[in-house]
Design a protein around this ligand. Sequence first.
Ligand code: COI
Length: 360
Amino acid sequence: MWENLEIGLEKVSQEQLKEKPAQDSLGFGLHFTDHMFLMKWDRQSGWHDAKISPYHKFKLDPAAMVFHYGQAIFEGLKAYKGKDGQIYLFRPEDNIERMNASALRMCMPRLPVAKVLKALKALVYLDRDWIPTAEGATLYIRPTMIAVEPALGVRAAGQYYFYIIMCPVGAYYPEGFSPTKIYVTDKYVRAVIGGVGDVKTGGNYAASIMAAEEAHQAGYTQVLWLDACKRKFVEEVGTSNIFFMINDELVTPSLDGSILPGITRDSVIQLARKWGVKVLERPIAIDEVVAASIDGSLTEAFSTGTAAVISPVGELCYQDTKYVINRGRTGEFSQRIFNELQAIQSGQQEDPFKWITRVG
Ligand code: COI
């Protein structure tokens, strides 16, 4: 299928094919497939040199601007192999469009959506034997754009690489789909309104590591971020969006500019509304969550993301007090939404929202 594209193709030779890792111990983001996609941008030529080639290292100038000022954006999406043997992508155009929103904010060039989608499908098809079939395992796809111009002035770079790499992955959290314990930090903040919290740029993740390390040391899987100004309103969990089931209403923080507009978040909202569940996107104070936990109206909490999928929250620790949610067990709604999403993503369930794209 890639023969028709204006995209170069260099396949690995039979001898260069890598050995595939065992599907029961994949971890996350540790093994990379045989091929990758790369295209380059400069002011004169725009996007050019689009090519699928064997997975390889880059030779970059030490002055490449990404190393100094962090002009770097990325996405995460997954390919699934259905029981019918078909290959599916979940909402890939939305990832490319979100990357373009990130590119705009970070003064990086816009991607040609149709061309990137074609390249993505061709790459997935070429490396289709890498898509795991074991329960809970998928092929994670990481589109990335970096500034490569060698220059030390602080400004938008004039040269970029856009590339796609892929890895077979297991669960993102060691707990898998079992409930996680989350530490609510009021010491560190993730993002401010007017900053880049709603953009998928590397710096947001670098800035989150210290809080995550401290949470791990205290025995927690991830951090729940509060707003930067008042340290009062809930924002995100680690690398995912957060939902609470309070009084049978599904509540999630509104997208006010400092929260990542998650594609899984949006899918959960659409599915829940279709099922007749009342969904509220609104500011939610941590005090409200705590009060709802104490009076029993908080029955479930879960985080959502491409990597994490649906990750139930079994415990929150806020200001040295532990709040156990649903007796530390996966809630009924969390389980239902997880099952439904997985079934749609792998082509086993009707796709009323036209979310999946077939490859090949
Ligand atoms: C994703 O869910 O795809 C993410 O980008 C989170 C990642 C940083 C592991």
